[in-house]
Design a protein around this ligand. Structure first.
Ligand code: SAH
Ligand code: F3S
Length: 433
């Protein structure tokens, strides 16, 4: 019997890809196989996120449960951003943890596995050219990292402290990885980075100057690759060349994440985001003008220190004007080692909750109005997920999730689907061609 690995992944898509990388290394080099039950596992990994404050004691209480119920002799490893951020403290508080592996050190997984109490959290470690073994949780869509770290210094964000400076992965490695995924049947790739459209700013060795727009052009030449998605671009780097390539390249899916954070130019300045309300609106308008079908998603933080009623109104204004198809919204949460942690002009927690609700209800109204217009439309859907009760689900080019009656045989196929009923997160339709 092979050894069993249980892995819990929290946080962003990049963490999901890091988990895939660790699974690949452990299955190929250490003969593990993945299990869904931690009680049966020989190795338990938690790949953590630290972007917002989930009380750290929650991590420790979870670790406590793992420790109590794990198989005798099973190892426990804490990986990811909270590992980078807390380091040795984790082993001090939970001495049964066998190792701690930072978000920028995942390539060392099979190494730390054999060093008891290892703490590898160097945020200057450069794994941008590390060739990970192959593992993908989906055969239809391939996640591909294009850079590690982040060079921005948004005052609310802990990521630069946990993932370090930004280094781009050479385009040749990315193209190879995409080609391999396509050869094994994937028709869609999903490019990942904290700030994808800053791609090419710094490579680890000497490298031809390739920016994100050029990377997209090169990738779209791969035969058999039908769809390219990416996350997250930064509004500051959305120049005309990038928006035009996005609009005109038929392989690039017409769905854009534009993390606004705040609609107030003053707050954006305090956040060090590098753009104004007007710039954001101008970019969104250019996108919508060039690409009428585009769906735009966003991230918004309410109640950042110093946010006045007028600042919050600016955020609502942008929401009304851009009418985002999807909203991820958060109450500001102070993070250690960030600039904003020291800001004293905090917003009253009750007011913060009120603003979050106001923002979300306004967005729900917009969503309902937007969705009502979709009834009867036809979308080309790429099916990638089996749902319960005889349904299969996939996404339209512009990222609308659609389900239809069907079986496995639709998976990995493109079909025209006519929308017959509307829901908030998923629409239902019938395959017509
Ligand atoms: N560059 C990444 C950012 C990762 S963090 C990206 O664009 O995806 C993801 C989101 O979490 C951010 O866009 C922001 O809206 C939110 N976030 C980050 N730090 C936060 C904090 N301290 N409090 C509340 N939300 C935060
Ligand atoms: Fe964080 Fe800003 Fe980078 S949100 S990940 S510092 S772009």
């Amino acid at each position: 019997m092979g050894k069993k690995l249980f892995i819990e992944t929290l946080g962003c898509a990049m963490n999901s890809r890091d988990s895939e990388h660790m699974i690949a290394e452990l299955t190929e080099k250490e003969s593990y196989e993945v299990t869904d039950e931690f009680e049966n596992a020989d190795l338990i990994l938690i790949n953590t996120c630290s972007v917002r404050e989930k009380p750290v004691h929650k991590l420790f209480s979870e670790l406590g449960v793992f420790n109590k119920k794990k198989k005798p002799g099973a190892k426990i490893g804490v990986c990811g951003c909270t590992a980078s951020h807390l380091g040795e403290e984790i082993i001090k508080k939970a001495p049964y943890v066998n190792f701690v592996l930072g978000a920028r050190n995942v390539s060392k997984i099979s190494e730390v596995l054999h060093k008891d109490k290892a703490v590898e959290i160097d945020i200057n470690y450069d794994e941008s050219e590390f060739a990970f073994k192959d593992f993908r949780s989906s055969g239809y869509k391939a996640y591909i990292n294009i850079s590690i770290g982040c060079d921005k210094s948004c005052t609310f964000c802990i990521v630069p402290k946990t993932r370090g400076d930004e280094v781009s992965i050479p385009d040749t490695l990315i193209i190879n990885e995409a080609q391999k995924a396509v050869d094994s049947g994937a028709k869609e790739i999903f490019l990942l980075g904290q700030n994808v459209n800053n791609y090419g700013r710094r490579f680890s060795g000497t490298h031809e100057k390739v920016n994100f727009t050029e990377l997209l052009r090169r990738l779209s030449k791969i035969d058999g690759l039908e769809r390219i998605r990416f996350t997250s671009p930064h509004p500051f780097h959305m120049d005309d060349e990038f928006i035009e390539e996005f609009a005109n390249n038929p392989k690039i899916c017409k769905s854009m994440h534009m993390p606004l954070q705040s609609g107030s130019t003053k707050i954006l300045k305090d956040m060090k985001r590098g753009y104004s309300k007007e710039w954001f609106l101008n970019r969104a308008k250019k996108l919508r003008d060039m690409c009428p079908d585009v769906s735009i998603s966003t991230d918004i933080i309410v109640a950042f220190p110093g946010e006045s009623d007028a600042d919050f109104e600016d955020t609502l204004d942008v929401l009304k004007e851009v009418r985002f198809e999807q909203l991820f919204s958060f109450k500001y949460s102070p993070r250690p080692e960030t600039e904003a942690e020291l800001f004293t002009n905090t917003v009253d927690p009750e007011l913060a909750s009120h603003r979050l609700t106001t923002l979300q209800s306004l967005h729900t109204e917009i969503l309902d109005e937007n969705n009502a217009k979709l009834l009867g439309n036809t979308y080309e859907v790429y099916f990638e997920e089996l749902f319960q009760d005889g349904f299969v689900a996939g996404r339209s080019d512009n990222n609308i999730m659609v389900k239809t009656k069907g079986s496995e045989e639709l998976l990995g196929k493109f079909r025209d689907v006519k929308i017959t009923s509307i829901g908030r997160t998923v629409l239902t339709g019938e395959v017509i061609a």
